[in-house]
Every structure is written in C-alpha cells, then in structure tokens.
Design a protein around this ligand. Sequence first.
Ligand code: NAP
Length: 282
Amino acid sequence: MSSHRYAVFGHPVAHSLSPRIHAAFAQQAGIALEYTAIDAAPHDFVAALDRFADDGGAGANVTLPLKEAAFAICAQTTDRARRAGAVNTLTRNDGQWHGDNTDGAGLVRDLTGRHGLDLRARRALLLGAGGAARGVAPALLDAGISELIIVNRTAERADALADALGEPDRAHSRYWRDLGDLGDFSLIVNATSASRQDQGAFTLPFHLATPRTLAVDLNYGEAAIPFLAWARAAGCHDAVDGLGMLVEQAAEAFEHWHGVRPDTDPVYAALRDRDKVLVTAD
Ligand code: NAP
C-alpha cells in the first residue's frame, strides 16, 4: 500500500486538470506521487473517501459540488476553511481528515501576482454562492475590496454566505432579478457553474461594467467562453479566466502536503498553451 496516494474528488471530475498539475509539480520536486481523479456523486462521497483512506490515501482535493460536504466531514479545519464553510484540500492525519481551503489564496495570488492587478478599494460583484464562491469571498475581503455584493440563483445561499462572512458593512446579498439596479462594479467574479450545463449560460446587463472593470471567471477552458465574451462586449478593462487560480490553489495544497513550494509559471504556461485564446488580462 502506497503512502503517497492523492486524488481529486468531484462529480463530474473527468475534466479536471489537477492530476496533470500535481504530476508536473511532483516531477519538479523529484517526488514519486500517485494522483488520480475519482468521480463521486454527493450521496457516495463519504464512502468513496473512506475507501480512499483505507487504500492509503494521504490527501485529496475536492471540487464541485462536494466542497461543503467535505467541510462537514473534517475533524479539524483551518481558519480560512471555517470562514468559507467549504474545503478543497483534505489531509489525512491520525486517522482523521483535516480540511483547508486554498481557492481564495490561489485566486488572489493569480490576480495580484501573475496579472499584477490591484484589488484594493474595488467594488465587487460575486455571482454564485457555492463552494468556490465561499472559498474566494473571504480572500477578496482580505485583499482590500471596498464592498462585496453576492448574487445567487438560489437567494438563500447568497444570504447564508453573506451572514457567514460576518462583515455586514462590506458584504451583503442581493436578488439575481435586481442585478440591473445594483450600479456598476470594478470587479465582477463569476463563481457559477452555469456554463457547464446545457442551456445554463445567463446574460448580464452591460452597465454592470465600466472601462476599468476587472472581470474574472473561475471557470477555464470552454466553460469560460460565455462570461469572458460578455466581459469583452461590455468593455471590461481586464478579463481573466480561472486557469491561473487553478494552478495557484494546487500549489498551495502541494506545499502543504509535501513541504515544497512549486514553481507555478512553467506549469501555467504549458496549460495556457492549450487555451491561449482565453485570457486577455494585460
Ligand atoms: P457548486 O458548489 O456546485 O456551486 C455552483 C454555483 O453555480 C451555485 O452558486 C449555483 O447556484 C450556480 N449555478 C449553477 N447553475 C446556474 C445557472 N444556470 N444560472 C445561475 N447560477 C447557476 O460549484 P463550485 O464548486 O462553487 O464551482 C463553481 C464553478 O467554479 C465551477 O464551474 C468550477 O469549475 C469553478 N471553479 C474553478 C476553480 C479554479 O481553481 N479555477 C476552483 C473552484 C471552482 P444555486 O445555488 O442556485 O444552485
């Protein structure tokens, strides 16, 4: 039984680039690593995780729609995972799962480091209130945005996220149907999975954006096309997809598990090479 087994759990998960990213980091670091993708429907997630632990699983990433369920099964969680109420990184310690959330740190590192963007004082609109939105919201507040308005198809989830953030002066929820009345934003983050479903893509009013707006889609690849196309048509200054965030959140997890900080630039460049049309940040 190998003690170097890692995996990403999701449903679906076949699209995940995480196995490729972790393999590249392991090669850089000279670490022998097994990292696979495991498809687990929500009702089977806990059993699948138990089987993985029994087979020597030492750590796992968790993607949609399982991040809130992953939070619920952890014996211990980091402060940033508790603020998010969602876990994307699990580590097996003393027969129990310990949970962290590296999504927010990954997003902020990509935007401020790789793309050189300043998030401070931006008025932000967050579309979505699922596991990814929960991960990035606290990090955006910590990065110094002036206001965070959360809008979600299911209004109760937006309310719950705003409550959990505990900053009523800066973070609040609004109804999706009122999007046209919210003014404009200097940061708009798409944290929905709408474009991954048939006929799921939504339309947004152009006047949400200004010529200095930064539009960020947490999706990447084909799933990022509709929102980034809207951002360009609306005249946003920058439009960034989620590929860099994906690589940076993976690097945070890799460092936590193996004690080595990977060099993300060559891994990002290799993945970007496949998707080069989809980033327009300057
Ligand atoms: P999730 O927990 O399943 O949440 C999905 C979110 O999308 C919910 O807010 C949901 O609203 C909303 N949604 C789904 N279909 C919609 C539609 N047709 N119209 C409007 N809203 C819709 O998933 P997640 O983990 O938050 O992930 C969200 C997306 O971010 C995924 O596509 C994922 O690939 C991406 N992501 C990227 C990274 C990265 O590193 N780049 C990291 C994490 C996630 P309801 O609450 O109403 O269902």
